[in-house]
Design a protein around this ligand. Structure first.
Ligand code: FES
Length: 277
């Protein structure tokens, strides 16, 4: 049965990834670059620190602008995974477009980890993840954590070019089902999946702002809890620490502005639906 009207508390949803401001500056070393379709997956060696053990899917790093290296504006890097090993050190994975200058850098100063990530249900709960192209990065990590806790996970992934689907094979090994579609049909595919699988109780989404609004609306119509990442890879994240206002998005029916990097980026999807009217 759908969990229509079920408060998030009933699912044991937790807020996670406590915001870490002022943001730590991290000197990272690029240890490994792995090509993956339209993307490069980079493994960054970072100094060990307790914050990495608390880092969650949905938290992010900021890559500062560097005109000398062809980057005029800072950019958002979703954390794709963290490995903490007392012997081999701490490694943070990120995903960048193929050929991105960061892949050729030996050392790079970054800000992070920043923001609040996706909370995990306290008990195993069937979940649907929905994401578009590289925004799927935090969802892949989230799927692993949900599966580790015994949750069934289904996935709807969109891309406007098949090459821009991010490592679908790995996700197929973990998810009960994976539906591929285009960005324009993401909302429809989510609605179809929720109609077909009434036991799916919660939706986690990442993509462009219009896409996460649309997915949140679909989840709400279907009576499911929904959490979305409210930062958009297509928009610059100038500071990532709540100072500049670049990431502000109207919520609560336009009654207030959400400073996504500071209050989120993961927020209840209902906030964005209300803002869309
Ligand atoms: S990116 Fe500057 S306030 Fe969010």
């Amino acid at each position: 049965m759908p969990v229509a009207g079920t408060p998030d508390e009933a699912l044991g949803m937790t807020r996670a990834g406590t915001a870490t401001h002022p943001s730590p500056v991290v000197e990272a070393q690029v240890m490994l670059t792995r090509a993956s379709g339209a993307y490069d997956v980079l493994s960054l060696s970072v100094p060990p620190a307790p914050m990495w053990e608390r880092t969650r899917p949905g938290q992010f790093l900021v890559l500062p602008g560097d005109p000398a290296r062809g980057r005029t504006l800072p950019s958002l890097l979703w954390v794709a995974g963290v490995s903490v090993d007392r012997i081999h050190g701490t490694t943070v994975d990120v995903v960048v477009p193929a050929g991105h200058p960061l892949g050729a850098a030996q050392e790079q100063r970054l800000l992070g980890p920043l923001g609040r990530g996706f909370g995990l249900p306290a008990e195993p709960v069937p979940a649907l993840v929905a994401g578009h192209e590289a925004a799927v990065t935090p969802l892949r990590w989230l799927v692993s954590q949900l599966r580790d806790r015994g949750s069934r996970v289904d996935a709807v992934l969109s891309a406007d070019d098949p090459d821009r689907h991010l490592e679908v094979g790995a996700l197929r090994r973990q998810a009960a089902s994976v539906v591929l579609t285009t960005g324009a049909h993401l909302e429809r595919a989510v609605t179809d999946r929720l109609d077909a699988e009434p036991e799916l109780a919660v939706v986690f989404a990442a993509g462009s702002r219009p896409q996460v609004r649309a997915v949140a609306a679909a989840a709400r119509r279907a009576g499911r809890a929904v959490r979305v990442a409210a930062l958009d890879l297509a928009e610059p994240v100038l500071c990532g620490t709540g100072i500049c206002g670049q990431c502000d998005v109207p919520v609560d029916g336009g009654a207030r502005m959400l400073r996504a990097c500071l209050e989120g980026p993961v927020v209840p999807g209902e906030w964005l639906v209300d803002a869309a009217g």
